[in-house]
Design a protein around this ligand. Structure first.
Ligand SMILES: Cc1cc2nc3c(=O)[nH]c(=O)nc-3n(C[C@H](O)[C@H](O)[C@H](O)COP(=O)(O)OP(=O)(O)OC[C@H]3O[C@@H](n4cnc5c(N)ncnc54)[C@H](O)[C@@H]3O)c2cc1C
Length: 306
């Protein structure tokens, strides 16, 4: 039985696994893909200690760090079930099962897509799903922010001192956000709102050039250099339903110590109810989760119950 099983190989899971070796705990990291989202990030401007780094380079460095610390990493292991067993938990993938005294869930989340032509092709060529961290990429540009919730408005506020003109495109008549946030966002002169839109296509050859949309029966084109899509995120937690507490949107409910509703199980990063999607937060969570798991195990060992 491993002392800790980490599920998910993003920044949060990799940090947890790294700290397990520092704590001299036996650990296995099980993941679909190692550093999946990291490799998609073009320019990371907000990771401590790095003026700017691309996701692939950071991913390669983290992988190297795991290797030099002899962490067992098993890729292509998609976990689909967890059950309690005596002394811990059994974690199942399609073909294998692993036993751990503690489990750290770090399976991340994926942004909801618009599903329109141009969206996949122009990803990282002017399109991003991360308004708050990617806003610096839009210096003096005209941009569209597509979304109707608080994160769309917050992204607009983050970008307002960077971008030239910001157009928030909402499919609703207004926004699903607190009144004070809406009112404050709309006070900035370079933020404009286009409501009741249906996005049809994002156009551009090598880079975003314009957004095609339908409004009140007419077809329109909005010339922009960038598009931030803020339609929320789907956490990768379906396999946890019935095992531990999830919130309405499917995020793992944790407390400030990263503890879940099941003793001995911790969660970290984008899959949690914290809902702030940042590498620095994921790393911090991964570290906290491992330290709490280690302390929990130390307590149990004292009680001779594993
Ligand atoms: C395009 C893009 C750009 C971004 N840019 C920035 C930025 O500049 N700065 C910043 O701070 N943040 C940025 N982010 C946000 C950042 O990527 C996330 O906050 C961070 O990746 C969260 O890390 P995580 O470890 O929680 O989850 P993830 O990175 O999503 O990792 C989850 C891991 O779990 C694995 N997994 C999922 N389900 C299972 C399962 N059932 N079994 C096993 N493994 C599973 C996946 O393969 C993946 O390896 C960006 C995100 C994207 C998509």
């Amino acid at each position: 039985m491993y002392e800790v099983i980490v599920i998910g190989g993003g920044v949060s899971g990799q940090t947890a696994a790294l700290y397990a070796t520092i704590k001299k705990m036996s650990v296995v990291l099980l993941t679909k893909k190692l550093g999946e989202h990291l490799r998609e990030s073009i320019g990371i401007l907000n990771y401590p200690g790095m003026l700017e780094i691309d996701g692939l380079t950071l991913s390669t460095r983290m992988k190297e760090q795991l290797r030099s610390n002899n962490v067992t990493v098993l890729e292509e292991e998609e976990i689909n079930r967890i059950v309690r067993i005596e002394g811990g938990f059994r974690v199942y993938s399609e073909n294998n099962a692993y036993d751990g005294a503690t489990v750290i869930i770090a399976t991340g989340a994926s942004p909801y897509k618009l599903g329109v032509p141009g969206e996949d092709r122009l990803l990282a060529k002017g399109i991003t799903y991360r308004g708050i961290s990617d806003a610096p990429l839009f210096q003096d540009k005209d941009i569209a922010i597509i979304g109707e919730g608080s994160t769309a408005l917050e992204a607009a506020q983050s970008a307002r001192k960077i971008a030239r003109n910001i157009f928030i495109m909402s499919r609703e008549k207004g926004f699903n956000a607190p009144d004070h946030l809406i009112e404050k966002t709309l006070t900035y002169p370079n933020i404009k709102v286009i409501t009741e839109v249906e996005i049809l296509e994002i156009h551009g050859n090598e880079h975003v050039e314009r957004v095609g949309y339908k409004r009140l029966g007419g077809i329109h084109q909005l010339p922009v250099n960038g598009v931030i899509i803020e339609r929320g995120h789907k956490p990768h937690t379906d396999f946890l339903r019935g095992f531990l507490e999830l919130d309405d949107a499917g995020h793992v409910v944790i407390d400030y110590k990263t503890k879940t509703s099941v003793e001995g199980v911790y969660a970290a990063g984008d899959c949690t109810c914290v809902r702030d999607y940042q590498y620095a937060i994921a790393a911090g969570h991964g570290c906290t989760a491992l330290l709490k798991a280690s302390r929990y195990l130390a307590g149990r060992k004292t009680l001779k119950d594993i």
